[in-house]
Ligand binder design. Structure first.
Ligand code: GSH
Length: 213
């Protein structure tokens, strides 16, 4: 199984962490969505979004679609709960990550990281600062109310909820918009704990090294 996309994308990271937590090994090819002419990428992702995924003669784009495929095909070590309330709540957190956290964080990440580091253009740092001061506080304040002291967002096991939310927080961290432990102590401790899992650590280290270069 092949996953295409650069790991600085929180959606690519979501699939790689999900697979690692299930004990699955994916071949990974880092490609840039804007410039890649990789035929497998273009066939799998009609709108040029990463991640894209290939399993034999089956291909697919979108992190949620891909993790749904992996969960269904490899039900061992389940990461999408089956019980109705837990399953719906896990999807709620994944949606919060993908549709609330990502657009807010992207305004910061794009201007502080993507433009200067990958596209050799100056970012709009004022827009990034503005997004950090206006868009992130309500998100972090909400997450502070639900961050568990020692466990997981849903039930008593790691799920797609923890993976999706933490993947977005990694990007906030990488662009100097990390959770402030003085203001959001429960969320900061939760983030530190989940992002220290072996499924996250090598990916975060590789992205840090890449952005420092
Ligand atoms: N809902 C999609 C979002 C994918 C997405 O927006 N990926 C971004 C990178 S973080 C992308 O490919 N952007 C390129 C573009 O929009 O041209 C998912 O879950 O995979």
């Amino acid at each position: 199984m092949l996953l295409l996309g650069a790991t600085v994308s929180p959606f690519v990271r979501k699939v790689l962490v999900f697979a690692a937590e299930k004990g699955l090994v994916l071949e990974h090819r880092s490609i840039s969505p804007a410039t890649s002419d990789d035929p497998q990428f273009l066939a799998a992702s009609p709108f040029r979004k990463i991640p894209a995924f290939v399993d034999g003669d089956f291909s697919l784009a979108d992190s949620t679609a891909i993790v749904t495929y992996l969960e269904t095909k490899f039900p061992q070590q389940p990461l999408i709960p089956l019980e109705a309330r837990q399953r719906a709540t896990a999807i709620w957190y994944e949606e919060v990550a993908d549709t609330v956290m990502f657009p807010a964080g992207q305004k910061i990440f794009f201007n502080r990281v993507v433009l200067p580091k990958f596209l050799n253009r100056p970012g709009d740092l004022l827009a990034a600062d503005e997004a950090q001061s206006t868009l992130l506080p309500p998100i972090y304040a909400y997450l502070e109310t639900v961050a568990p002291a020692g466990g997981f967002l849903v039930g008593n096991a790691l799920s797609i909820a923890d993976i999706a939310v933490t993947c977005m927080l990694v990007n906030m961290h990488l662009c100097d918009a990390a959770v402030d432990p003085a203001r959001y102590p429960k969320l900061a401790a939760y983030y530190a704990r989940i992002s220290a899992r072996p499924s996250f650590v090598p990916l975060i280290e590789a992205d840090r090294a890449r952005l420092a270069a």
